[in-house]
Design a protein around this ligand. Sequence first.
Ligand SMILES: [Zn+2]
Length: 247
Amino acid sequence: MTRFAKPAVLACPLCDEPMLQPRLASINNYGATTWSDGFTSIIGLGHRQDIAVCPSCEGIFWIEDAMQIGIMHSEPESTAWPAWKRALGHFNKEDASTLAKERAWKGVPDSWHWAGKIESIRGRELVWALEHGLGNNPERELILRRKLWWAGNHADRGSTLRNPMTARQTCDNLEGLLAAITRNAPEAPTMPMVEAELLRQLQRFDEALAIVDDPAFADDDLAKTIATNARLRNTKVCIVSSWSIAD
Ligand SMILES: [Zn+2]
């Protein structure tokens, strides 16, 4: 079962307005498809947010830069109780818990009631973020480029989402991502499957095969998918595995 915890209240690092961040308390997947570029489509669930859009100023920010200023409590059931019940409430566990919820609810600042939910960053906004220096350290550059890569492949997954990049930008991003993941480890690939898949999508099929044909990956489904499609000279993103609760 997928359950949601009470939303966290964050302050926007750009405009300081409060905004709500929904939080998952537990996750149960009802089906997932994994793709050769590492993207996983999980039915009914969004992905963990690391970069988002403020509902007040529409600025793009990294979640880790937004300070958590509280928890948004849910509205309690009516406590328009007669005075005697209110007084006795402290002796009854259930009533005491309702009174505690009421206190928490009354403590919520007015501005939080009007706070909007933080929004997911979308295709063109990712392009903007990368062009405007939000990939300001290696980890952030990697996250942005990887999200852009996935966004560029969504149309080939059968999604109605269009590639937010031009053909030139798409190619530059593949090159940029490849450079980012090989920068620190030219000899020993730290993300061999990502590297092989990028090479395949860049039509560098032989280099991709040199990685995935390594006997170490003989039992790896992703390596097999990349190898098969590199031999077919196919550059499109492919399904690696798919399952659902109906299986
Ligand atoms: Zn803002």
